[in-house]
Each structure stands twice: as C-alpha cells, then as structure tokens.
Design a protein around this ligand. Structure first.
Ligand SMILES: [Zn+2]
Length: 215
C-alpha cells in the first residue's frame, strides 16, 4: 500500500490540520513554481470524507485535489503538499495552488471566519511564493476561454457582472455557444464557470483582486 503522508503542521507559520491518507494513494508530482492561487468552493460535498470519496475513490486523484481546505469555523486543513501538482483547475494544475472553502456559495455565504483564514493564507503565500495572481476558479476558466476564444466570448471580468440580471443573460448566451461547440471539455469548463466559487464569493474576489494582484 502506498501512503501519502503530509509532514507539516504549519504553512509558513500558520497552523494547519493535516489530512493524511491511510489507504492506497500515490504521492503527487512536484510542482516547479506556483504562479497562481485559485479559490474554490467545495459545492455539495460538505465533509472531508465526502471530498475524499469524490476525489480519491471516484475520480482516482492521488489525494484530495485541493491543496488547502477551509472549514466554516475557519479551521485550515492541509490536504496536498503545496510543492506538489494539484487536481483542481483544468489547465492550471501544474502552476496553481488550489484553496477550497467549504460551502456552496451560489446558495449560502462564506463565513467571516472562513474569509479571515483565507486572507491570512493569501497574505503569507503571495509573499513567500511570489504569486503572480489570485483568481476565482471562474476567473481562471474565463481566461482560458478568452485565450482559446473558441466561443468568441465577450471581453469582460466575470466578477463585474455578478449579482446582476445581465449576468444570467450573459451566461445563457455562452451556454448557447457551448451547446453549439458541443465538446465535452468546453461544456465541463463552462459548468465550472457557473458553479465555482459561486456568486456570493464575487465581492470578496473583487477585494482580493485589489489587494493581491499587481496588474
Ligand atoms: Zn473550483
């Protein structure tokens, strides 16, 4: 049996709870230099056990795909070494640290404690690792869609259209385009644009954008 055991109980001085895997999992590959931090919501899986079932047992990832998880009480869990490649954002995994907050933020709000822990992590990680950009999963996906430009989507910051009726019209428009392209890959990407990290994270992502991204 291969075991993947995390050794650290802190990340740059921030105390974390390790999640070790006592069943057959392989150590993920090393990540050269992380350039991005990508923020997620866990969506429906609301316990660590459910995430393990989803990522490791069903999807056969080497461990939980996110590097770090943040509970509703602000507890920080370390689930994958930040020096290893993650499994959380299509096309970004070799260059991004994935942080997921427990919850479905299309339905509920992140807690104050979760946001405080997130900010604490971002403060230290961006400095220590010289991170280029902190993005929501949706923003990362949007960048990708813009670059490939398969769908001829408008140039917008997806955060600018949050909580706005136009947002839904906009998503519907892209939805139509995705249906025409009809490629599993793109459909999958598009679904993520809608679901992660959820509209209730957008105002916080705006602040993050102002605080941590230079360009
Ligand atoms: Zn996500």
């Amino acid at each position: 049996m291969k075991q993947y055991l995390l050794t650290k109980t802190e990340i740059f001085g921030i105390p974390v709870k390790k999640i070790n895997y006592t069943f057959d999992v392989e150590e993920p590959k090393p990540m050269k230099t992380p350039q991005y931090i990508i923020i997620h919501n866990t969506g429906n899986p609301n316990t660590i056990q459910k995430i393990i079932t989803n990522h490791v047992k069903k999807k056969h990832y080497t461990s939980i795909g996110y590097h770090i998880l943040i509970g509703k009480n602000g507890q920080i869990y370390y689930s994958r070494d930040i020096s290893k490649v993650g499994a959380h954002t299509y096309k970004y995994n070799t260059k991004a640290i994935g942080i997921a907050l427990f919850g479905n933020f299309n339905k509920t709000q992140p807690t104050e404690k979760q946001l405080a822990s997130l900010n604490k992590l971002l403060d230290i990680l961006t400095k220590e690792l010289n991170i280029k950009e902190v993005l929501g999963h949706n923003q990362a996906i949007y960048k990708l869609l813009e670059q490939t430009n398969k769908l001829d989507i408008p140039k917008l910051n997806p955060l600018d259209i949050a909580n706005d009726i136009k947002y839904y019209t906009f998503l519907k428009e892209i939805d139509e385009k995705v249906k025409k392209v009809n490629e599993d890959e793109v459909t999958n990407i598009f679904n993520r644009l809608k679901t992660c990290p959820g509209v209730n994270m957008y105002k916080h992502l705006k602040e993050i954008e102002e605080n941590y991204n230079q360009s």
